[in-house]
Design a protein around this ligand. Sequence first.
Ligand code: DGJ
Length: 439
Amino acid sequence: MKKHRLTIFIFSLMLLQSANIFAQQAGKTEAIYSGLPWYDQNGKVVSAHGANIVQQNGKFYLFGEAHSDTSNAFAGFNCYSSKDLYNWKFESVALPVQKNGKLGPNRVGERVKVMKNPFSGEFIMLMHVDTLGYKDQFVGYATAKNIAGPYQFKGPLLFKGKPIKKWDMGTFQDDDGTGYLLTHGGMIHQLSKDYKSIIAEINPAITTGFESPTLFRKNNTYYFIGSHLTSWEKNDNYYYTSKSLSGPWTARGLLAPKDKLTWNSQATFILKISGTKDTTFMFMGDRWSFPKQLSTANSKSIIRKTILPGDQTISLTGNWKSSTIDSISIIRSDETKASLSFNFSGKQIGLYAVLLPDNGYAKVEIRDKKGKIIINNIIDLYSKSPMLQLAFLSPMLPKSDYKVTVSVLGERPNWSDKRKSLYGSTGNNITIAKLIIQE
Ligand code: DGJ
């Protein structure tokens, strides 16, 4: 794997609470900031999870699950477009919640994957359909004439007249245009020429678990990536390689350094970008956060003015403790509503936090000169493995005076799966390392 360029692109589960009014205009963002809320042309947080990207007419089309922070029910599949993978335009709710039926209200719809069928020109969308308790899973499909939809939900994808009763799924298109369905465990099915049914099982399950199956081909080698089965928790994803889709598959170990939890994410798709000099494979992953499906961050560093926790211009309310973690100075609190406020002059503000196993949600608010709240995000500061991260980065704002307030929400990501195993954080702490300002 080392030889190949693998770009990390982590989709955060973003809260739709963002009430900001300053959109990132097309061309305004100059890089991919993994793990942070992104903003579309309307200033709304990009909500696209379990996603994939399709290239069409010089643009990238991103499809993903829409999410809210109030329910895990299917909320539609969103479609965004971009020319550079940085600046995203909301195109449509490509497949909305249906009036009734298997993708109607209070159902689960996940891992949307769209492919253009090279033989018919039609767009085929595959997805995991389920009940809210994950007890009626099957792979479903929808079709559209235009990439951004509207897509028509057609029901289960059939193999020998029966649905594929699997939950996590992915797709793969080989160089000859043949389409494949990947399901957890590593099973691979070949799609019919129109991609609307299955004609053969070509690879049996390789292992147990192996959720979020994702496959790409580099020259004559297939790389098959999957995650352990840990509900919404991030884990160390691993991969296999083979010269043939029907195996034999060779276990190659972890995708990212051990205990980094795959850059604190779960694989969802590998985008192949054929450039003029080289071919790049971009890893796309989800940073789930149940019950508030929102954003955390990555470790990209941005050189700007830095404000450390001991800075006299920071004002604190409530109970905070100062200490160091691995020589990083931090302040930490778990008192609901305890807050840190800072007045700044500039265009953008970011927050670095140390993510910890007993951390919870922080609320970030930015007020303008008149005291009006222009940004309101909830961010997740929990990670099973400790890590320093850029946890919040505001969109570019008009250069002016602002006040940022970061407070303890008093809630944490934690949940149980259908086997009643408990997951998630053990506390509501927030742990702040520094603020960065672009003036
Ligand atoms: C892990 C899967 O990869 C996700 O898509 C989602 O179904 C969660 N499990 C639900 O616990």
